[in-house]
Design a protein around this ligand. Structure first.
Ligand SMILES: *Cc1c(COP(=O)(O)O)cnc(C)c1O
Length: 377
């Protein structure tokens, strides 16, 4: 069977160069001292992507591992955790915080907009006795990017440790970890980086390391315990055998992304043109403002179901698009335009197919989606 074009917000298309890296001959990562250098250099490349001098680690597990590892390592019983929530991932972070004993307080903001920073500022004036705060850079289900450049410095004024889920934004949105005072940034291999799913990467500031090292109680668990990584390089010791092939692949992907100086601008340009095309054709975007540059979420038009769109796109056009889950299930359609999928040709083909599917079901459109896109991009 021919592989469809996966225009989903992760996993994304994986380039041949990255796939070739996966097939490289492997070494024994525990014994081969060169491998420690390779791992270190790979972390260094990711630091460039995150604009940070902080330590970076790459963990063997899909993006969610980063969220859980941050909570497991930072949170002790009774610690006060602020969960900033304007979407499914933001809210879900609270579950991990609770799981590790956090006393969670939610700051909820409108789910159809970026986090309201003025409201948050007022909230913080009254409530700021938190050890850490969790928030999400790009809310992938709703297609909203939050202004973490304003929020994280605001939290730091009160000495709150900032933990940002940037899984679907790293590489596709501007991200200045150090300038924006982010203590932990969490990322995954299968989003903008366009490597296969299976790896988490994260950055850890001095202050976050301090909180991890100076706990009253030991960290529960092993795989999510970041403290065991503290001296991996000095000791030439990995906590567990490293997924060599996945690391070869993520390295190839990061190197390629760093070489691509147009990447951020391309994400911005394509996202904007895509939104404008949908809107002008009469399709309603899910969000009111704060749109993401890596994923676009829009309402399933009346007269067709998500399932019909998904199946027709896949069977008759060979293109896989996404819906969403939780309260957005069957209500929205998502096109991922991140990393390897963020090219005009791919978005054009997707819109051309979508245009045909909508027409087949007599969904009224003002203009042709793909032609509008060509005009705007
Ligand atoms: C993709 C993603 C993750 C990782 O979660 P999966 O659903 O398991 O892929 C975490 N946070 C955000 C914001 C993501 O987009």
């Amino acid at each position: 069977m021919k592989t469809p074009l996966i225009m989903t917000p992760g996993p994304t298309y994986v380039s041949e160069e990255v796939r070739r890296a996966l097939s490289r001959e492997i070494t024994n990562p525990d014994l081969d001292l060169d491998f420690y250098e390779f791992y270190k250099e790979t972390c260094h490349q990711i630091k460039k992507l995150l604009n940070t001098k902080n330590d970076v680690l790459i963990l063997s597990g899909e993006g969610i591992l980063g969220l859980e590892a941050a909570c497991a390592s930072l949170i002790e019983d009774g610690d006060k955790v602020l969960v900033i929530d304007n979407g499914i991932f933001g809210k879900g972070f609270g579950d991990f915080a609770k799981m590790y004993g956090g006393e969670v307080q939610f700051f909820q903001s409108d789910y159809e907009s970026a986090i309201d920073v003025d409201k948050l500022e007022k909230f913080l004036e009254e409530n700021h006795d938190f050890k850490l705060a969790t928030l999400v850079h790009c809310e992938t289900p709703s297609g909203i990017t939050n202004p973490i450049e304003v929020i994280c410095p605001m939290l730091k004024k009160y000495g709150i440790i900032t933990v940002v889920d940037a899984v679907s934004s790293v590489g596709g949105e501007t991200l200045n970890t150090d300038a924006w005072k982010i203590d932990m940034v969490l990322g995954g291999s299968q989003k903008v980086l366009s490597a296969p799913p299976g790896l988490t990467f994260l950055s850890i500031s001095e202050e976050a390391w301090g909180a991890i090292s100076n706990r009253r109680t030991p960290i529960i668990g092993y795989y999510c315990n970041l403290a065991i990584w503290k001296n991996w390089y000095e000791d030439q010791w990995f906590p567990y055998t490293q997924p060599v092939s996945d690391l070869y692949a993520i390295r190839a992907a990061v190197d390629m992304l760093l070489e691509d100086k147009e990447a951020l601008e391309r994400h911005r340009k394509i996202a904007e043109a895509l939104r404008k095309s949908l809107k002008d054709a009469g399709i309603q975007l899910y969000a009111k403002e704060g749109f993401s540059n890596t994923v676009t979420t829009f309402m399933v038009p009346e007269g067709i179901t998500f399932r019909q769109v998904y199946e027709d796109m896949l069977k008759n056009h060979g293109i896989m698009i996404a819906g969403a889950f939780d309260f957005l299930k069957d209500r929205v359609i998502r096109i991922g335009h991140m990393g390897e999928n963020c090219y005009e040709e791919k978005v054009y083909s997707t819109l051309k197919a979508l245009d045909q599917v909508f027409r087949k079901y007599n969904i009224p459109l003002r203009g042709e989606l793909h032609k509008l896109f060509v005009e705007y991009v």
